[in-house]
Design a protein around this ligand. Structure first.
Ligand SMILES: Nc1nc2c(ncn2[C@@H]2O[C@H](COP(=O)(O)OP(=O)(O)OP(=O)(O)O)[C@@H](O)[C@H]2O)c(=O)[nH]1
Ligand SMILES: [Mg+2]
Length: 206
């Protein structure tokens, strides 16, 4: 093949672009996951104040991954990134049980603090609430969702099955979904999750 025909061939089969939105609470491990995907150094990551975007080539796709800061004061801006999302990835710190487990009556004591703009140390079921709101968003309707049960390298991490039950994932019927255990730190499970992403992009876009 001559150079020109090679160039033409390359040009005729560009990677299909996929817009992936990476959401989850502060400290969940989104940026660590993003850098792990891009094979970058993960040893000096600070909380994200705005957003990061990286493009990763995978299985004939150009995955444009948007990582948005998850701090409480930044969450209202998530909505600005919903448009044209192909896949939603929601990252959970599986060891941060106080944010997704029902711990009983005493957690109600923390609720009044919220109205004073104070960050309570416990946010009972905040993950459940945030995820439910996301799945209700019109701009994200039908968008496949992958939940990463991250930080599985920690001994205190809840297993994915427990998280799935706590979040009532089995009640999701309006889209395909998957929960995947992983450690963004070691990389374990990350590729399995991305394989699911590529499989479900093809189902939707091709
Ligand atoms: N043990 C362990 N720690 C992790 C893992 N993933 C991330 N971390 C740590 O968790 C902390 C928060 O990680 P980030 O990637 O900054 O979390 P984030 O979700 O981007 O946080 P925001 O930018 O504030 O929304 C860092 O100290 C990471 O090293 C993991 O799989 N295992
Ligand atoms: Mg971050």
């Amino acid at each position: 093949m001559g150079l020109l025909s090679i160039l033409r061939k390359l040009k005729s089969t560009p990677d299909q672009e996929v817009r992936i939105l990476l959401l989850g609470l502060d400290n969940a491990g989104k940026t660590t996951l993003l850098k792990q995907l891009a094979s970058e150094d993960i040893s000096h990551i600070t909380p994200t104040q705005g957003f990061n975007i990286k493009s990763v080539q995978s299985q004939g796709f150009k995955l444009n991954v948007w990582d948005i800061g998850g701090q409480r004061k930044i969450r209202p801006y998530w909505r600005n990134y919903f448009e044209n999302t192909d896949i939603l990835i929601y990252v959970i710190d599986s060891a941060d049980r106080k944010r997704f487990e029902e711990t009983g009556q005493e957690t109600l004591d923390f609720l009044p603090l919220k109205s004073h703009g104070h960050t309570p140390t416990a946010e009972p079921l905040v993950v459940l609430g945030e995820l439910a709101e996301l799945l209700d968003e019109e701009k994200l309707s039908g968008v496949p969702v992958l939940i990463f049960a991250n930080k599985q390298d920690l001994l205190t991490a809840a297993p994915a099955s427990e998280i799935a039950e706590g979040l009532n994932l089995h009640t999701i019927r309006d889209r395909v979904w998957q929960i995947q255990s992983c450690s963004a730190l070691s990389g374990e499970g990350v590729q399995d999750g991305m394989n699911w992403v590529c499989k479900n992009v093809s189902a939707k876009k091709k």
